[in-house]
Design a protein around this ligand. Structure first.
Ligand code: MN
Length: 233
């Protein structure tokens, strides 16, 4: 038996709808600028005819189940919500064609890509990595995984409210790169594995939260999500 000098990190996992077993997390991938109106509000419009999607990752330890209260994070004065549809991968795949992309899908979830926007934009504009802006503790918020084996979702309302006031309202059919295209493209770079989550990007309307705010959101036909912003540590 292997003996470690301290307890190894716990496996991160999410509940699965109508299943007592849990979904263990491998990696967390995020698609950048995947709705035109959000790309424009960030000052970086996308021309799909000449661009490819881009990605960033967060550590699995940033996972946070829906319904939690998280402390307002340190070293930011502009902590933003981003409502996203999440694809849960259930089978391995490398260099997967768009036609076979659905075969990797275990299910979907509703997610929040919480972001230190001030630090992300400084990093972006200085050509530095985004980690301090994006790889924030408790920032990869996710609902229960909803099993939808081998199904492609290409439409459905996606929306978010803060304290009951609508801030984001769009449709998954406005994804610049859709679920098939994302899986095919990402699998050119990575051997996708069961337990990988892909946050597919946020629509327009992102904005800041403060301590005490209650975020609610949903992806139609998938799941709802909730998060409360607590006092700073
Ligand atoms: Mn995002």
């Amino acid at each position: 038996m292997t003996v470690y000098v301290f307890n190894p990190p716990a496996v991160q996992a999410l509940a699965i709808k109508d299943n007592a077993d849990r979904f263990p997390i491998n990696r967390l991938f995020f698609v950048g600028r995947n709705y035109h109106a959000h790309a424009v509000e960030m000052g970086k419009p996308v021309d799909k005819s000449v661009e490819r999607p881009f990605y960033f990752t967060k550590a699995p330890q940033t996972l946070c189940a829906s319904g939690n209260t998280v402390a307002y994070p340190p070293e930011t004065a502009n902590f933003h919500f981003e409502m996203e549809m999440v694809v849960a991968i259930g089978k391995p795949g490398f260099r997967v064609s768009q036609e076979h992309a659905h075969e990797l899908i275990y299910g979907y979830a509703a997610g929040l890509d919480m972001t230190r926007r001030d630090l992300q934009l400084v990093a972006r504009d200085k050509g530095r990595p985004w980690d301090l802006g994006k790889d924030v503790e408790h920032s990869s918020v996710c609902s229960d995984i909803v099993p939808m084996s081998e199904q492609i979702i290409d439409s459905g309302a996606i929306a978010l409210e803060v304290n009951g006031v609508t801030k984001q309202s769009s449709d998954v059919n406005k994804l610049i790169w859709n679920v098939r295209e994302i899986i095919a493209d990402l699998s050119l770079f990575y051997h996708l594995q069961p337990g990988d989550l892909i946050y597919t990007g946020t629509p327009e309307g992102v904005g800041p939260v403060v301590t005490g705010d209650k975020i609610t959101g949903r992806v139609e036909g998938v799941a709802e999500i909730a998060l409360t912003i607590g006092a700073p540590d």
